[in-house]
Every structure is written in C-alpha cells, then in structure tokens.
Ligand binder design. Structure first.
Ligand code: UDP
Length: 242
C-alpha cells in the first residue's frame, strides 16, 4: 500500500525512521530491518524483521489502549509503518524486570532466572555518547529531564503496563522477563507511552522450556546460528492465537 500522508524524514535511528505528516501533531514511524546491540556496535539486517515488529507493536499497543494505557499509536498504515501522535520524547529508557537477566544479572552478580516478585524499575539516560547509563530518580530530576511528580506517574503506569502484559503473555505461554519502554509528552504536557514494544525491546521466555524468544539470541549466539526471523514469527503467531 502506498503511503499518501507521509512527508519528510525527521530523524533516522538505528531501527526506525520518523517522518512528518500533513498533520503537525502526527508522525509516521517506519520499522527498519536492522537489529543492533552493544550500543550499535553490532548491527545486522534481518529481512522483514521490521514488518514483524510493526505488527507485534501494533497488537500490543492496541491491547494496552483497550486496557486504559494512553499511548501514541493511532493506526497501522502499511506493513512497515504506523501513524502515531507526535510527542516530545523524554530522553529516558524505563526498564521493568520480573526475572533477573541481562545487565542486572551482570551488574549485581545474580544468576539469570531469579524471580523478582514485585518487579523492579530502572531508569537509563538515553545518551549514545555516555552509552545510556543507569541512573536514579534524583539524577533524572537533577538533569532537569523530569520532575518527581512525573516520575511517580510513570512508575504507576509502568506497574499497570507490567500487570497487563504479564497476564497477556502468560496466556500465550510466554514469560515476560523484562522490557524497556519510553514516554513522551503531548502539547498539553500529558505523558503518553511511546516507541515500540517488541522482541527487540523485551525478553520473552517460553513458559515450558524457558527458551529465549527475543533479541537475546542475537546478543548471545554467534551470528551463524541465530534465527531471528523464525523466533519473531513464533511470537507473532502466539499473539494471533486466542
Ligand atoms: N533494552 C532495550 N533497549 C536498550 C537497552 C535495553 O530495549 O537500549 C531492553 C532489553 O531488550 C531488555 C531490557 O530492556 O528487555 C533490559 O535490558 P538490560 O538492561 O538487561 O540490557 P542489555 O541486556 O541490553 O544490556
């Protein structure tokens, strides 16, 4: 399908391109096939990965909207693109963890797989130059990125999102190990969930086998053995099942 409302490229990131539209309050998000890790040091193309992540994010954002989570998604435009509200993005990555893995496992020397019963929230400062350091609330406020009140609001939204998504995924035989989300503000200064939620930004484990069903197979395995597309298709297949 040809996109008729897309105008100019505003910015191109590692995995997405953002375009303006005729409406100044709306943007087009285009999902690329690049998969990156180590802050972009490792960057590889996986044909049609962008199509899968566009569809997976669409399903999840619709589900969150249905459950009362305000987010930027308006509609899917075509297989690689979504129409979304234009927001003033908050330069923080918010991570929610239900099971110890990844950087938390390394940083604290805890074996991967330990259950975190009430979930843990972490904040990373989005800065390629600084390699997205882990910071706390006080740093974020000191950097004048956000207020304590806004942080508390975001934590309450994160708790809701985690509860909604944990339940949603377990019904698909998927354990939501951890995930990263981003937020932005609209003209009225209301905070909306933004960006994407996909196997690029979440850790998913199969409920029965604990097999990894996300970008970790790219982070960990030698590139020869990985099968990103089949793994992401497996996630999409399960999301489509009732
Ligand atoms: N994550 C992400 N983008 C990033 C860093 C992390 O989407 O730039 C996601 C990652 O996929 C995982 C969660 O956030 O689901 C926690 O990642 P972690 O801090 O363990 O970092 P990593 O393993 O990427 O070093």
């Amino acid at each position: 399908m040809i996109n008729t409302i897309k105008k100019d490229l505003i910015i191109e990131g590692k995995t997405k391109k953002i375009y303006s539209t005729k409406n100044p309050h709306e943007i087009i998000i285009h999902y690329k096939d690049n998969l990156t890790s180590l802050h972009g040091l490792k960057n590889k193309l996986f044909q049609d990965k962008g199509i899968l992540n566009n569809e997976i994010t669409t399903i999840i954002f619709k589900h969150l909207h249905y459950n009362g989570i305000k987010n930027h998604f308006i509609r899917k435009e075509n297989n690689r693109e979504q129409l979304c509200y234009k927001l003033n993005m908050i330069p923080l990555e918010f991570v929610t963890r239900n099971i110890v893995s990844g950087s938390m496992s390394k940083r604290l020397g805890i074996t991967e797989g330990k259950l975190i019963s009430n979930g843990i929230f972490e904040i990373f400062y989005k800065s390629d130059k600084l390699k997205d350091p882990l910071i706390n609330d006080h740093h974020a406020v000191f950097l004048e990125i956000i207020s304590y009140e806004e942080l508390n609001f975001i934590y309450s939204v994160m708790k809701n999102i985690n509860n909604i998504l944990k339940k949603y995924f377990i019904n698909k035989n998927i354990i939501l190990v951890d995930f990263k989300i981003e937020f932005g503000k609209n003209k009225k200064n209301e905070i909306y969930l933004s960006d994407e939620i996909s196997p690029d930004t979440c850790r998913f484990w199969d409920k029965n086998t604990k097999k990894k069903l996300d970008k970790d197979i790219f982070r960990i395995e030698s590139e020869k053995n990985i099968d990103i597309i089949n793994t992401y298709m497996e996630i999409l297949k399960r999301l489509h099942e009732n």
